[in-house]
Design a protein. Structure first.
Length: 567
């Protein structure tokens, strides 16, 4: 039981700055837990995702950093976040007791200063060492080995004196942060204060030693999609006698109270790399459900596995595979690249690209195997597709990852079944969450972002990059038309009126970024040629003339002057 510290000690301030609010509640619970044990501790939490819409939040973060004794920055890799806060971090670096930058852009990581452990150097620095931990690109099991090394290094360094103890402290900080939970956050604060409190605050080093990190990625499930997939199958995680994740187990039908749903899971390459145990867990859950001696009208996993086995002539374990992703070392479906380039002829080409890239099945061993025919047979039995939306900062039209994965899968399902299936977005960014159809989600984001003056004026305030982001959002919208037919025609009409047919807006965007502005017009014309919308003759004529004007401007052609050859 940690002993209470007397209240007459100087205040010690710890500031945590990270990407979003996913650990906000854990930090708050840790703060309340530490309040009784460490009166005088000032623990603050700041989410970079709030800064674009709430400048006061950015100013508050800068103010806390300016007086913090210990600063921890994590998950700051977006360029706008780094640019916004880096000056404040750098200004405080020389004066604080300790500063840690981890799991972030290199500029943030280089601010790390733990006694003599300093990452601000360039050649042969500790940052180079961290980069070498990544290993060779595409190496099998590389992410799992990295995580094992992060946990093993503190044990190796424990008995090496000198600055090695500060290197050990850095890796322990990584462990505490990656494990999450209020217990780990509280232990992280105790650990940093006990080791690095300096000057008048050195009296804080008398607090009880922090317990070792609790490695929750091996003993629990923190990804909502895993829990949802297990719930559909009617399974739960299974733990060994030490509390470590050991596999899956089925929930009895009597307790489940409904049939088992056949859930097909497509994983991103990042998920596959970072969560290998959970990947095997999902595969085992599907296999156990398919193997269960239950009526097929109460177990659709078994029903479909038996049918696929008969159709394909494969072994039963292969017929029960339901987890698909890329081959080891590969990422993405490349549907986004086709849409961005505009060099695709029909929807079947998009489907073929997705199927070729994402048809590697992952079984209980965790090793992938190409299973193109199996994936087609599995997708032919899909009735609906969905994906979670768990960030208030990013929507389905903000980045191309969503239509690359979910849209590509929807197109593959449509070809396998001979017709499209409903696609839903599970919005988990507020309270209990809300499920919308993909059409509703795209329309909602278009009204609240693309056509919202506060949104596009904010982007235009960033100049060149702001116009590029507007063009990227339009391209992502076109991606949803290409893969799912989920964009209503009025959306293209309103975008045309707002950004192309408005002379002042068009001139403003062309001045800031002529290339992206010209792409906006050409992308709208491409959407019309592909049949995604049909403008009236007057709008089409105005759009063509605007595109010609923007192309001329891009090529340096001055209106009213005929191009020729100089004598």
């Amino acid at each position: 039981m940690p002993r209470r510290i007397s209240a007459d000690r100087p205040t010690i301030r710890v500031a945590i700055v990270t990407l979003d609010n996913h650990l906000a509640s854990a930090v708050e619970r840790a703060r309340l837990r530490l309040a009784a044990e460490m009166p005088g501790l000032a623990l603050s939490f700041h989410a970079a995702a709030e800064w674009e819409t709430d400048k006061a939040a950015l100013r508050a973060c800068e103010a806390e950093i300016a007086r913090a004794d210990i600063v921890l920055s994590a998950m700051l890799f977006l360029d706008e976040h780094v640019r916004a806060i880096l000056p404040a971090i750098q200004a405080r670096r020389a004066s604080c007791d300790a500063m840690i930058g981890c799991l972030s852009a290199s500029e943030i990581v280089r601010t790390t200063k733990l006694n003599r452990f300093d990452m601000s150097g360039t050649k042969r620095s500790a940052l180079d060492f961290l980069k070498r931990l990544r290993g060779k690109p595409g190496a099998e099991g590389n992410a799992a080995r990295q995580m094992a090394l992060v946990r093993k290094l503190p044990k190796i360094l424990r008995f090496i004196p000198g600055s090695a103890q500060d290197v050990r402290a850095y890796f322990l900080t990584l462990q505490y942060w990656l494990a999450g939970s209020d217990e780990n956050v509280a232990s992280l604060v105790r650990f940093l204060v006990q080791r690095y409190a300096a000057g008048p605050r050195a009296v804080w080093r008398e607090i009880a030693a922090a317990p070792a990190p609790q490695h929750y990625p091996e003993t629990g499930l923190y990804h909502p999609r895993i829990a949802q997939a297990l719930a559909l199958i009617g399974a739960a995680p299974r733990f060994d006698g030490y509390g470590r994740l050991a596999g899956a187990e089925l929930i009895p039908l009597e307790q489940l109270g409904r049939p088992r749903i056949d859930a097909v899971v497509t994983l991103s390459g990042i998920f596959r790399d970072l969560l290998p145990l959970q990947t095997k867990l999902l595969a085992e859950a599907s296999f156990l459900a398919a193997s269960a001696d239950e009526p097929t009208d109460q177990n659709f996993v078994r029903k479909h596995a038996l049918a696929i086995q008969a159709e394909q002539g494969c072994d039963f374990e292969t017929a029960a595979l339901r987890v698909f992703s890329n081959a080891e070392g590969a990422y993405g479906a490349n549907v986004n690249h086709l849409v961005e380039s505009g060099r695709w002829d029909d929807e079947d080409e998009l489907c073929e690209t997705f199927s070729r890239r994402k048809s590697f099945a992952y079984g209980r061993s965790g090793r992938p195997a190409p299973q193109r025919d199996l994936m087609k047979a599995v997708l032919a039995r899909v009735d609906l597709a969905y994906q979670n939306l768990d960030s208030v900062e990013l929507g389905v039209t903000s980045v191309d990852h969503y239509f690359d994965g979910l849209g590509g899968m929807g197109r593959a399902v449509a070809r396998a079944r001979g017709g499209a299936v409903p696609i839903y977005i599970s919005d988990q960014t507020r309270g209990e969450g809300r499920v919308r159809s993909l059409d509703e989600q795209v329309a909602l984001e278009t009204r609240t972002r693309m056509l919202n003056p506060k949104w596009y004026e904010g982007l235009l305030g960033h100049g060149y990059e702001g116009v590029r982001q507007i063009e990227a959002t339009l391209t992502n919208t076109v991606g949803w038309s290409a893969t799912a037919g989920a964009v209503q025609p009025w959306i293209y009409e309103r975008i045309t009126e707002t950004f192309v047919l408005d002379d002042a807006m068009r001139d403003r965007m062309a001045t800031l970024n002529p290339t992206a502005c010209a792409k906006v017009a050409s992308r709208l014309i491409e959407a019309h040629r592909r049949g995604f919308w049909t403008p009236d003759p007057a709008m089409r004529d105005a759009l063509d003339r605007a595109e010609e004007e923007l192309e001329d401007r891009l090529e340096g052609v001055t209106p009213g002057i005929t191009a020729g050859v100089a004598a």
